[in-house]
Design a protein around this ligand. Structure first.
Ligand code: FAD
Ligand code: UDP
Length: 374
């Protein structure tokens, strides 16, 4: 009889939500994380009274009422709506691609004018495709929004973010972005979105209340060999290839690094997210963290502001793995690893790293809520 029912590796939203549900079901959990804090990538650090998203901007969004009700039962969410602005060589465009963008790009003012312009812009790419589906991100983007938007708002940003040509990336990545013929700068189509009031740490604290947690503990050095003597089952949310000692080869990841600084005035860019879509700037975007949680006068009541430049680079050993790379090599290697998963008795692989899938927060929580027997 072990001391714990579950050893949970990783205190991100998958691990924390699992621990919450298991604890409610009367199970005893031990959560470990190799970082010095809990929360995984949604962890925030308080700087000058502002919650700084240490591992990149996180905006919660979902269409799933069950997930929305669940997170709101842990902590209240605010009304933040993500409406990033793109800066291409000094000129600003609204995102996602909507009537505001089309006006800024071409001066068109009605949906009919905008769609005629887009038809003209994408004609060449659509003709080249014939009846074939777009095979890569470039074909997908060109046949969706055409040449000008691809060149000014997609091509170089995507190359910076992924370090690969748009021809070598899968089409689905760009399908994440809505295209709309209305004046609506809301980045997401989802019904629900927001940021936890008081920051993401409140969500994580709520999920892990009463759960035994140890930080600064690496599964591979401290538990891999003997976990079966500690817990009956393992929930693993670390990197998929690392669990198997990279025996089939290494999966690639993209990683992100941040240059964060405090400015001695209250408002730097007037928006939480500004994307830099040309190669002129080496960073992909600048985040001004206070705009996630401070609105109106509150922006000025807080005299300083914290901004982060975000740089995307190829992962090397020792760095933080962030984004699975969904090219052919990695997709088929990940499939081979997933076959090994089936043979691991009493182990559940979860989350972005553990499943090597480009998940947002809500789908990660949804997966845990859908697990039948915890
Ligand atoms: P993680 O949060 O990565 O947690 C995994 C944890 O496991 C980490 O804390 C890690 O330290 C720990 N761990 C790994 N290996 C070991 C080990 N060997 N021993 C012990 N601990 C270990 N989603 C959205 O919905 N909206 C957004 O706006 C958004 N923005 C994002 C921006 C960036 C830059 C990134 C990278 C992701 C973003 N996401 C966003 C996705 C979101 O971060 C993930 O969906 C979510 O955090 C996944 O949770 P997780 O528990 O799977 O992983
Ligand atoms: N993208 C782009 N220009 C932008 C924003 C996004 O070309 O200004 C592309 C880019 O390829 C990116 C994809 O759209 O990988 C999805 O963007 P999203 O903001 O959803 O990515 P995230 O950083 O949230 O994973």
């Amino acid at each position: 009889m072990n001391q714990f029912d579950y050893l949970i590796v990783g205190s991100g939203l998958f691990g924390a939500t699992f621990a919450y549900r298991a604890t409610k079901a009367g199970k005893k959990c031990l959560v470990i994380d190799k970082r010095e804090h809990l929360g995984g990538n949604v962890y925030c650090e308080n700087v000058e009274g502002i919650n700084v998203h240490k591992y990149g901007a996180h905006i919660f969004h979902t269409n799933n009422k069950q997930v929305w009700d669940f997170v709101n039962s842990i902590v209240e969410f605010n009304r933040y709506t993500n409406s990033p602005v793109a800066n291409y060589k000094g000129k600003l465009y609204n995102l996602p691609f909507n009537m505001n963008t089309f006006y800024q790009m071409w001066g068109v003012t009605t949906p009919a004018e905008a769609s005629a312009k887009i038809e003209e812009q994408k004609a060449e790419a659509v003709a080249a495709l014939g009846h074939r589906e777009p095979a890569n991100l470039e074909e997908q983007a060109l046949s969706l929004v055409g040449k000008d938007i691809f060149e000014k708002l997609i091509k170089e940003y995507t190359e910076k973010q992924w370090g690969r040509s748009c021809k070598d990336l899968p089409a689905f990545i760009i399908k994440r972005l809505p295209v709309r013929f209305v004046y609506d700068n809301n980045y997401f189509n989802d019904k629900y979105q927001g940021i936890p009031v008081g920051g993401y740490n409140k969500l994580v604290d709520g999920l892990l209340r009463g759960v035994e947690c140890r930080t600064g503990v690496d599964f591979f050095t401290d538990y891999k060999k003997n976990w079966r003597h500690v817990a009956d089952k393992l929930v693993y949310t670390g990197a998929l290839d690392e669990y198997f000692d990279y025996r089939l080869g290494r999966l690639d990841w993209r990683t992100v690094s941040f240059k964060t600084r405090v400015e001695d005035f209250p408002n730097f860019q007037g928006n939480a997210v500004v994307n830099y879509t040309s190669h002129d700037q080496p960073y992909t975007r600048i985040i001004e963290h206070k705009h996630f949680e401070m609105f109106g006068q509150a922006v000025y009541d807080c005299p300083k502001t914290v901004i982060s430049e975000e740089y995307s680079t190829e992962y090397k050993i020792g760095m933080e793995p962030y984004y699975p790379v969904n090219d052919d090599r990695n997709n088929s290697l990940a499939e081979e690893y997933r076959k090994l998963v089936a043979d691991e008795k009493d182990v559940l692989f979860g989350g972005r790293l553990g499943q090597y899938r480009y998940y947002d927060m809500a789908p990660v929580i949804e997966q845990v809520l859908n697990i039948k027997d915890i």
